[in-house]
Design a protein around this ligand. Structure first.
Ligand code: 3PG
Length: 205
């Protein structure tokens, strides 16, 4: 589980966090982000169209599409069936973790405290999502958690932007960050795929 998650998270410094309500946008969006250098994409299961969007994006060459906002075992099953190759969750429960093991879906489970990180480390997870990153103390909090628990790495998301991403990425315990800023709703609605590709390239740095 963790080895596969490391492989996916290590491919680019930013994982776009996508909230999609129009299936027609899925493919050109994925193509733009991959062309801009961001191959790992998280489609959040927050809209009725999310699973169809995952299905469409899974066909894009060079992309690795995952499902975010996994809350229940049913979410995990549906994400896997739609073609998701990894999962992301805002927190972690025993049932969710077991479902990801059963479905063989690498999981990036969310934590916000040292205790939560220790519980998941005991279960073999050494790459975690730090969520909600900015509201939980931001880069200084992750630096502080890294002092006693350096063997755990993080992908912070929630309030991460072009402006603060390097505060996180400069920490030794941060592998990548997640954020929605590379796919703004207005640009998607306008079909501005070239603009989104440029945002991806800028995020990639
Ligand atoms: C997430 O689901 O990881 C966050 O909601 C993304 O947060 P952002 O919109 O602040 O980037």
């Amino acid at each position: 589980q963790s080895k596969a998650a490391h492989d996916i998270a290590g491919r680019a410094p930013v994982i776009p966090v996508l909230v999609l309500d129009d299936e027609a946008q899925a493919r050109p969006l994925a193509e733009a982000l991959v062309a801009g250098g961001l191959p790992a994409l998280e489609v959040t299961l927050r809209t009725p169209q999310a699973l169809d969007c995952i299905r469409a994006m899974a066909e894009v060459q060079g992309g690795i599409v995952g499902a975010g906002t996994l809350l229940t075992p049913a979410d995990v099953k549906a994400a896997k069936a739609a073609g998701a190759r990894f999962g992301v969750s805002p927190g972690a429960t025993d049932r969710l973790i077991q479902a990801c093991i059963d479905e063989d879906l690498p999981l990036l489970p969310g934590v916000a405290t040292a205790t939560e990180a220790m519980v998941l480390l005991e279960r073999g997870y050494d790459l975690l999502k730090f969520f909600p990153a900015e509201a939980s103390g931001g880069a200084p909090a992750l630096r502080a958690i890294g002092a006693p628990i350096p063997q755990v790495s993080f992908c912070p998301t929630g309030g991460v932007s072009l402006k603060n991403k390097d505060d996180y990425l400069s920490l030794p315990n941060v592998v990548c960050v997640g954020g929605s800023w590379v796919a703004p709703a207005d640009r998607m609605a306008a079909g501005d795929w070239a603009g989104i590709e440029a945002l991806a390239r800028e995020a990639r740095g």
